[in-house]
Design a binder for this molecule. Structure first.
Ligand code: SF4
Length: 295
């Protein structure tokens, strides 16, 4: 096999591969660094604020408390290399903070957090299903009023058109599959909370949707294997190219993917030299992580 297969698939990798196989290669296989963006870093900050909010006792989950959680998360972010690399001046930093605060306030227009019974926040999940190792981070796993599982994913970008709703929901369907595998129960509900609009997109996983998710994952994994074997990851230009960090290596923009390969090999050699002793040690897992392997 010419290209090494990625060790795992995640909802974001599945979406990356179906959007553009070449961008997937640069990110998941070549592991080229991607510079942080304001949108992604703001998303990280808002997720941290909402995580903090849901660690509070239900009656304390007020908008004021949420903004205090945002302040705490923002203070912790100031020295983060991802935030520092954005190089925001005072005015841009104020706008960054104000936009994050608006998203947090919008959250209260979608649901009443005092009614949420979270049983997992930013929960790392990993399992092998149909021979594919899947992993991801569930923003929030909770129990509804009947004690049934609900998977919630916060989104800080724009909500999709009705036509693209199903595709966006495919990520939470993968989380539903992981929950079923790890906990032995299929969630009753999976939902995307779009904080910008604000808007909730909710659906109920069924036997049919679960079969469809497994089929899609199998097809994507086979396509990845084929592409690795044949060294054939094709560019798929779309409006997503405007945000792609790999234009310099993309033939659609006059770049040469072979240069990305050379850089990838150099980076892999650097990583191996830097982390050799750590990699020999067994992988550490946080106590809250859910990990399983299908028998
Ligand atoms: S610039 Fe566009 S076509 Fe090229 S790798 Fe990025 S997303 Fe794909």
């Amino acid at each position: 096999m010419a290209f090494e297969l990625p060790r795992t698939l995640s909802p974001s990798k599945v979406s990356s591969f179906t959007d553009c196989a070449l961008a997937f290669r640069f990110s998941a296989i070549d592991r080229l660094p991607e510079p942080p963006t304001v949108a992604a870093t703001r998303g990280t900050l808002v997720h941290a604020a909402l995580e903090g909010l849901h660690t509070l006792d239900p009656p304390d989950r007020t908008p004021e408390a949420a903004l205090a959680c945002l302040d705490a998360a923002a203070a912790a972010l100031v020295d983060d290399p991802e935030y520092v690399a954005l190089g925001l001046d005072d005015e841009a930093a104020t706008a960054f903070r104000a936009e994050a605060a608006q998203l947090v306030q919008n959250y209260f227009r979608i649901e009443d957090p005092t009614t949420v019974r979270a049983i997992g926040l930013e929960l790392k999940v990993e399992a092998e299903i149909d021979g594919i190792r899947l992993r991801g981070i569930i923003d929030r796993l909770e129990l509804d009023a009947d004690g049934e599982l609900v998977v919630t994913d916060y989104k800080t970008g724009a909500a999709p058109s009705t036509m693209h709703e199903r595709k966006r929901l495919s990520g939470v369907h993968i989380y539903s599959l992981l929950c079923e595998q790890l906990l032995g129960r299929r969630p009753r509900t999976v939902q995307l909370l779009y904080l910008k609009q604000p808007l909730a997109i909710t659906t109920t996983p069924t036997d049919r949707s679960t079969r469809g998710t497994r089929r899609t994952l199998g097809a994507v994994w086979q396509a990845v294997e084929r592409a690795c074997e044949r060294e054939d990851f094709r560019p798929q230009p779309s409006r997503l190219c405007d945000w792609c960090a790999f234009q310099a290596y993309c033939p659609s923009f006059g770049g040469d993917p072979a240069e990305a390969r050379r850089l990838a090999e150099q980076l892999a050699a650097d990583r191996a030299a830097e982390h050799a002793p750590a990699e020999a040690a067994p992988a550490e897992r946080a106590p809250g992580d859910l990990v399983a392997v299908q028998a």
